[in-house]
Design a protein. Structure first.
Length: 573
């Protein structure tokens, strides 16, 4: 509860430890500590460096691979069905969640990050803003090795100040995406202050985010990968900040927040997306030089996400086998089946030339095979067999309820029996998503085939994505804005599957009331006496989405109480 935890008390806060001293630790190595006070920061440059990185602790605190019931958020959408019949996801599925029991309530977490950013920025201001002098206290800045470390800390602190502003803006985006307008807290409060702060409007927070990015983007590191500070990759850079701005303005232009379809909002989003894309496409080291990865399957595995030019910014997590353990088929030793893709999603992957219903997964958009394990897939050194009596017979306890298993993000051949682990890293901002943001905004602002001086048309942007090597999908042939809009929605569904965009896309488009009220479907596989396989679509679960109230999360009821009614509950809750 932010008013209790962040205004009337001193909270316990996670501190990310930054090391530029050559000890080999990554920037994102973390430990837990209590919030430093001015007394123990003063004269301790190491504590100041830790304070600068404290806001990042809340970026990784929400593990996107374990966002709901220890797994991906996808089962709250039409992308997937959870195998376990008990879990928080069913509150979403059945429409039984609310202000007292929201499984995805991240209100306090994001305000913790905002508080941490405010505290750090205020500390620097109270000390006159001279962080170079602060970093020089009680340390050797003369001898060569020590001076190099000092100058590295000075450079990092300069970026950190800009990052705190942009990271705070990112947390506000995550809040308004969920709750709509929220209280804008741009300062900390003492233990004796008990302010009651009303929510600012959605658009007011959007403008705050945009201003924060515009004011500080040039002070960010342009590209960690091409700098000498590659161990700091994972912090906000210029490309990530520009893409954040484009994403925020895309949401602001979308039907939920732009019911009158003000074209100027789409034009503003298109301009922001174009600027982000131009930066990503720059050839020099100061630019992003991002590009589509040539291997869609491998891009999402292990450290490939960190190293690929497609990644603009990723969240790093400690190596584990949690995702594999949760999502390997129950017939694979150690597997629990987990979040299983729906037929609703599988049917969205396009059928290509020579497609035959007798082999429903052949001659399809290749991203299907990179994302979903189907009957007959060669997976972890065996063939998936879901027919009666087969190893993966769906009648087996805890077998997939949909006839599919998750493949995207899930590493191959992890030995769960021996507790082997692999890295998992979350693509927070990536080039493929940026192309789709650009295509959507440009199509709504200018139509399919007008570049308006930005280089690519909307059609060219989506076709560039579809032409990724290894995917090589045919060009979209939409004849006008409405048809291309449908094609872009489809492309987002398949390209960004399981990346936690689907739920928010459906809401911002105004499609959630239709799509999330439809049943989830799966398939049953039957082997005939002649040995041929037959696939029958079957209903797995009914879903409930109550519009318009569920377009926004309810504020935690405790926050309404603490505010004395100044914070007004969202409509319908």
């Amino acid at each position: 509860m932010y008013l209790r935890d962040h205004i009337t008390t001193k909270i316990a806060i996670a501190i990310a430890v930054l090391s530029l001293s050559g000890c080999g630790k990554s920037f994102l190595d973390t430990r837990l500590d209590t919030q430093p006070t001015e007394h123990n920061i003063d004269g301790n440059y190491a504590s100041l460096m830790q304070l600068a990185n404290t806001p990042y602790a809340y970026l990784s605190q929400r593990n996107e691979f374990a966002a709901l019931d220890g797994n991906l958020f996808a089962a709250a959408t039409d992308e997937a069905q959870q195998t376990n019949t008990i879990g928080d996801v069913y509150l979403f599925n059945n429409g039984n969640w609310g202000a007292f029991n929201n499984p995805d309530d991240r209100y306090n977490m994001y305000y913790s990050g905002i508080y941490a950013a405010n505290y750090f920025l205020e500390y620097i201001d109270k000390k006159g803003g001279d962080y170079k002098a602060l970093l020089a206290v009680n340390r050797d800045t003369i001898t060569q090795e020590s001076r190099t470390k000092y100058l590295n800390d000075v450079a990092s602190m300069g970026w950190s100040i800009a990052e705190a502003h942009v990271l705070r803006a990112y947390y506000y985006f995550e809040l308004i995406k969920r709750y709509g307008g929220v209280p804008l807290l741009t300062k900390t409060f003492s233990v004796n202050e008990k302010p009651a702060i009303a929510a600012s409007s959605f658009q007011e927070v959007v403008e705050y985010i945009v201003t924060s990015v515009d004011s500080h983007v040039k002070d960010l590191q342009p590209n960690w990968k091409t700098s000498q500070f590659t161990n700091l990759d994972g912090r906000f850079n210029q490309g990530a900040a520009l893409m954040l701005k484009a994403r925020v303005l895309l949401y602001a232009a979308s039907p939920l927040h732009n019911p009158g379809n003000d074209i100027a909002k789409w034009q503003r989003a298109a301009k922001a997306a174009a600027e982000a894309l131009q930066f990503a496409d720059r050839m020099d080291d100061a630019g992003g030089k991002n590009a589509l990865d040539n291997n869609y399957r491998n891009y999402f595995l292990g450290n490939n996400t960190l190293n690929s030019a497609e990644t603009i910014m990723a969240i790093r997590y400690t190596a584990s086998n949690d995702l594999e353990r949760a999502n390997y088929p129950i017939a694979t030793p150690g597997g629990l089946s987990g979040v299983t893709p729906s037929e609703n999603l599988v049917s969205a992957y396009e059928k290509l030339d020579n497609y035959s219903a007798s082999k429903p997964y052949d001659n399809r958009d290749p991203r299907l095979g990179y994302t979903v394990v189907v009957n007959g897939s060669e997976w972890n050194n065996r063939t998936i067999d879901q027919t009666a009596g087969g190893t993966d017979d769906r009648r087996r306890a805890n077998a997939s309820r949909t006839g599919y298993y998750l493949k995207k993000f899930v590493n191959d051949n992890v030995n769960l029996v021996n507790n082997a682990t692999n890295p998992h890293n979350w693509p927070l901002f990536r080039y493929g998503d940026l192309l789709l943001i650009y295509a959507e905004a440009m199509n709504e602002a200018y139509g399919p085939d007008q570049a308006n001086g930005w280089g690519l048309t909307a059609r060219e942007a989506i076709n560039k994505l579809r032409a990724r090597p290894g995917v090589d999908m045919p060009a979209v042939q939409a004849s006008g804005k409405a048809e291309l809009r449908t094609a872009i929605k489809h492309e987002r569904q398949v390209e960004l599957a399981f990346e936690n965009h689907r739920y928010w896309d459906l809401i911002r488009w105004g499609d959630a009331a239709t799509v999330l009220n439809k049943p989830i479907y799966g398939v049953t596989v039957t082997k005939t006496t002649s040995g041929t396989l037959q696939y029958e679509t079957r209903q797995v679960q009914n879903r409930v989405f109550i519009a318009p109230k569920m377009n926004f999360y309810p504020f935690p009821q405790a926050e309404i109480h603490i505010s004395g009614g100044t914070l007004v509950q969202n409509p319908g809750w």
